[in-house]
Design a protein around this ligand. Structure first.
Ligand SMILES: Cc1cc2nc3c(=O)[nH]c(=O)nc-3n(C[C@H](O)[C@H](O)[C@H](O)COP(=O)(O)OP(=O)(O)OC[C@H]3O[C@@H](n4cnc5c(N)ncnc54)[C@H](O)[C@@H]3O)c2cc1C
Length: 407
């Protein structure tokens, strides 16, 4: 049975909500309650590939990314709970001139940070990733600090660390609305009754826009389907080989249980209005787009020939949320005090969870945020993308060019 009141209620126990709960406790907030309509980490979070990638050309994203990568590197010290962060590095591969220029810019940015990234020859790359067949004229940048985690373990560890610090966690509690008085949030309506609250963090993943609509907010965050697959064991796959990210076909390939995990962007992007699903819908029953899988498989086989006759042993898919500029939304929406929206993490919510949770906690606590919160404001789109049609079209487009423009 949920408490009848809390200082702060976090709605959603995915990787973003659990990180927010942890960071709220770390920021000294007492009486924090995290609720989820299902178990912790049961929606899109466990479907992820769990990859991290901090090295961005955009200064804001780089600062944000640095907090995240340092957090992952010190996760157990920070939280008291271990995660299996495999810091195997990544190879970022560009086939054509414009994207090779982007690699140069990343190389320069890394040098400014004093980080040891380096360009590799094809044969050096193949030594690290024997199943990879890089094309003749490509350029390959090795980024050693990248890696991946088992995604569910991150949310589980954040939740455990939050609980250690006094956060209450209630599962099977669904928020149905907010109680609002004079433009201020005063509580969360649930199927079990109202929980009085001074502040609320809305981290409801794919359901965030729908929840906002119920309380009169037009949040510019849309769930877009993302798919990946895992093969059975393949000869030549090494346990600690770097992730391979190829810019033009927008694919990523990493080791998973001696096979390969393959995902990619731009293959038949499709957004959803969560009202299209019934109230009992769960992410794990999201229908596959088989053509997306076929196109992804074909694209990846060009660079990883042994994928051609590999056996697929697992499909992953879910609904990460996307905003019209590809950036997160972490802010109080205009005109409503006490609500902090935490959404639009793109296909990067695991990676960005430490920084996202930290900023949400800082906004709730009223301190000086460590980054400029205006960049992630819910109100930054003004009147743009105000209709469902224009918003969904734009977010599908952003998703379709994730490696080309945003990442
Ligand atoms: C195939 C695939 C590969 C990916 N690869 C990567 C990757 O390599 N790296 C990376 O960083 N990211 C990756 N992602 C993206 C990542 O999974 C998401 O960005 C992240 O998990 C989103 O977390 P979340 O907390 O916003 O949402 P979710 O995990 O969906 O959590 C939202 C929670 O809110 C709860 N909820 C919803 N409505 C309510 C309500 N009304 N009341 C109470 N609770 C509610 C839900 O039950 C759910 O538990 C990938 C995603 C997919 C699908």
């Amino acid at each position: 049975m949920s408490p009848k009141s809390a200082n702060v209620v976090v709605i959603g126990g995915g990787v973003l909500g659990t990180s927010a709960a942890f960071h709220l406790a770390e920021a000294g907030q007492d009486d924090v309650l995290l609720i989820d309509r299902g178990p912790i980490a049961s929606a899109t979070t466990p479907q992820a590939a769990g990859q991290t990638g901090y090295l961005n050309v955009d200064r804001f994203a780089r600062k944000f990314g640095m907090y995240c990568i340092e957090f992952f590197e010190n996760f157990e010290q920070r939280t008291g709970h271990a995660i299996d962060f495999r810091q195997c590095g990544s190879l970022r591969v560009a086939l054509t001139e414009p994207f090779q220029a982007d690699l140069e810019a990343r190389h320069k940015a890394a040098q400014q940070l004093g980080h040891a990234v380096e360009f590799l020859s094809r044969s050096q790359a193949q030594e690290l990733v024997p199943t990879f067949d890089p094309p003749e004229d490509c350029r390959i940048l090795l980024i050693p600090r990248d890696g991946y985690v088992e995604p569910k373990s991150v949310a589980v560890a954040f939740a455990a660390a939050a609980k250690d610090r006094g956060v209450a966690i209630e599962t099977r509690v669904e928020a149905t609305g907010l109680q609002i008085n004079g433009g201020c949030v005063t509580g969360v309506a649930t199927r079990q009754g109202t929980i009085q609250a001074r502040s609320v963090v809305l981290a409801a993943g794919a359901w965030t826009r729908q929840f906002g609509q119920r309380i009169g907010l037009n949040l510019r965050t849309v769930p877009v389907r993302h798919q990946a697959f895992v093969t059975g064991p393949l000869a030549g796959v090494l346990p600690r080989q770097p992730i391979v990210r190829i810019t033009e076909p927008q694919i990523y390939v990493r080791q998973e249980a001696a096979g390969l995990l393959v995902g990619g962007y731009g293959y038949r992007p499709l957004s959803f209005d969560m009202d299209e699903f019934d109230a009992t819908f769960e992410i794990r029953s999201l229908a596959a787009d088989p053509v997306y899988y076929q196109q992804l498989h074909a694209a990846a086989t060009t660079f990883f020939p042994s994928l051609g006759d590999a056996v697929v042993i697992q499909e992953r898919r879910g609904l990460p949320t996307i905003s019209p500029d590809g950036r997160l939304i972490i802010s109080e929406p205009g005109g409503l005090r006490g609500l902090v929206v935490l959404s639009a993490c793109g296909v990067g919510g695991i990676d960005r969870s430490p920084g996202a949770g930290r900023l949400a906690a800082e906004i709730v606590s009223g301190g000086q945020p460590w980054i400029d919160p205006a960049v992630l404001s819910a109100d930054r789109f003004g009147d743009q993308y105000a209709t469902d049609g224009s918003l969904r079209a734009r977010c599908e487009e952003i998703y379709a060019h994730h490696y080309h423009e945003v990442y």
